[in-house]
Design a protein around this ligand. Structure first.
Ligand code: ATP
Ligand code: MG
Length: 395
């Protein structure tokens, strides 16, 4: 029965010129969310809200699910759209709407009519009174409550007439595309996809980099990362996923540096390479899934040493989160089941029995000098031979 939706968004920070940036980004993301849905629809803007009108059949639940992935949406109102028609005809439609949406009539309600089309024979006040009366006649169990009704039934007269009363909560946040771009270090774990989701929720577009170590990490481990990127891209929009072959660099570090410092030195090279890609991709920051104390490479001492290689800010949205909180979000965004698939990770393969938990920056830098002969060349080679995959919600 529903054919249209009003998309509501929070008005905070949506003033003046920002309004256009915000609304255009929201419209783009709405269209992206409907990619591959097989629907025909039209998106239009009126001040303060966005309409999506569908033509023909569509799957209501699927459409709602898609809209729930669009950051910036605060509420989704399913509407019935009817032709602009005489009041007596309209009453029938309103009564039918009410009957279908509210099988239980023991409710309080009020009518809120809005006449945007001034040519209509009745004004908003008259419509309120008349539609209210018609509903009371049709369903005597109803009672009117103008201050705190259980149901607020809106009848909006435009070129067409829209009837609605329900609001489904949206995901909140800001539309992607309103807040620059950042480079996500995406592994196959639980944390980094959640980190990407959280930064994207603030309106930041994301690209991603994955460090792959064949043959130590398999094609399936890589496929897992591609799958995770796809889940994130349902929210974030398309992601360029840079797959870096990290094997030679890891082996070289393994050969030249103390094994207990391997992870931290490797992490420094990951950050360095990610930053190079970030700069060429015009990103303003990096994103990681790090959280204080989770593992040896995420103590405050380790974070200090890892962070030292970067000029760009590093966004670490999970920094103060407990694992169970991160897991809860990963379940919500559907990445959990993929993240826990047991494929090897490049960090775990060369991992020392007793990695340093309080690395000393000067000592680490000293040991990195052992790499000076070949490392620049290897980094360049890794960048030159990378594979870039465009990940979208439906590919
Ligand atoms: P995650 O669950 O995100 O893998 P983790 O708890 O396993 O995190 P680490 O392996 O120490 O933690 O990695 C810390 C962060 O470094 C990750 O959240 C991710 O952002 C990045 N990272 C780790 N391994 C890789 C990789 N192979 N490719 C890209 N980024 C990585
Ligand atoms: Mg990991």
């Amino acid at each position: 029965m529903f054919s249209s939706f009003i998309i509501k968004y929070a008005e905070i920070g949506v003033k003046g010129k920002n309004r256009y940036v915000f609304e255009d980004a929201l419209v783009n993301q709405i269209k992206y969310s409907l990619m591959g849905s097989g629907t025909t629809y039209k998106v239009s803007k009126t001040p303060g809200r966005i309409f999506v009108d569908f033509e023909g059949e569509f799957d209501f639940d699927d459409v709602i699910e898609r809209f729930k992935h669009v950051f910036g949406i605060s509420g989704i109102c399913p509407m019935v759209r009817v032709d602009n028609k005489a009041p007596e005809e309209l009453y029938k439609d309103v009564i039918e709407y009410f009957d279908k949406v509210y099988p239980d009539k023991k409710k309080t309600f009020k009518v809120k009519a809005r006449r945007a089309n001034k040519g209509y024979p009745m004004d908003s006040m008259e419509l309120n009174a008349e539609i209210g009366g018609q509903l009371l006649d049709a369903f005597p169990e109803l009672t009117v409550d103008v201050h705190n009704p259980e149901i607020e039934l809106v009848v909006e007269v435009r070129d067409k007439i829209y009837i609605y009363s329900e609001t489904i909560p949206g995901p909140g946040g800001m539309p992607v595309g309103t807040n620059g771009k950042a480079m996500l270090l995406l592994s196959g774990g639980i944390d980094s996809p959640v980190a990407g989701y959280m930064i994207s929720k603030r309106g930041v577009k994301i690209d991603a980099v994955y460090f792959h170590a064949p043959p130590y990490t398999s094609e399936r481990a890589k496929q897992k990362v591609v799958d995770l990127a796809r889940y994130v891209s349902k929210y974030s929009g398309p992601i360029n996923l840079h797959v870096i072959n990290f094997t030679d660099i890891q082996l070289y570090i393994y050969e030249k540096c103390p094994h207990e410092e391997l992870t931290i030195i490797m992490r420094r090279y990951m950050m360095k390479i990610a930053e190079m890609i970030a700069e060429e991709s015009e990103c303003q920051g990096l994103i990681t899934g790090e959280s204080i104390g989770q593992v040896a490479s995420q103590t405050t001492h380790s974070l200090l040493v890892t962070n030292e290689v970067c000029k760009l800010p590093v966004f670490r949205p999970l920094i103060g989160f407990d694992k169970e909180d991160i897991v809860a979000i990963s379940k919500k965004i559907d990445t959990y089941e993929t993240s826990i698939q047991p494929y090897e990770d490049c960090c775990t393969i060369f991992v020392a029995k007793h990695p340093v938990t309080k690395p000393n920056l000067n000592i680490i830098k000293k040991h990195e000098e052992n790499l000076s002969e070949k490392i620049d060349e290897m980094v360049k080679e890794a960048l030159d031979t990378r594979e870039v995959l465009l990940i979208k919600r439906d590919n």
